[in-house]
Ligand binder design. Structure first.
Ligand SMILES: [Zn+2]
Length: 134
């Protein structure tokens, strides 16, 4: 299988895509060549609804920018999508907690200020908040 269609955020489109194995029904998130359960290459991708159950939240106080970086902590969440797979994403809602219903949106990940040549343009990355959060 080549990269799944429709394209997801890893290819510049603001959406999550879940792939379902045509042989065994296993579902996964992020492109891979084979089903992780049965090894089949026959699979069907489809856009995910972007909603699910928050199962974990953490905040990184020291990032790759180093200990002297005074940026606010980077929130990360693990969300079990309604379609089944787990997705890790950022958090843009400080009150998001395990057990909450969560919804994805896409936020710009700015280029690394110290190494802009690595990624000169912002890209969209998944970020979670409680359902209904504005
Ligand atoms: Zn399978």
């Amino acid at each position: 299988m080549s990269a799944p269609e429709p394209a997801d955020w890893t290819r510049g489109e603001p959406r999550l895509v879940v792939v379902r194995c045509d042989r065994c029904g296993m579902r996964w998130y992020l492109p891979r060549a084979h089903c992780p359960l049965c090894g089949s290459r026959d699979a069907t991708p489809s856009p995910a609804g972007g909603r699910g159950l928050c199962v974990a939240v953490t905040r990184l106080h020291v990032t790759s920018a180093g200990p002297d970086d005074d940026s606010p902590p980077l929130g990360l969440a693990l969300v079990e999508l309604d379609e089944g797979p787990l997705v890790m994403g950022r958090v843009h809602d400080d009150a998001l907690a395990p057990g909450d219903r969560a919804r994805v949106s896409f936020v710009e990940d700015a280029p690394d200020a110290d190494r802009p040549e690595d990624r000169p343009r912002p890209r969209l990355v998944p970020s979670f908040a409680r359902e209904g959060f504005r």
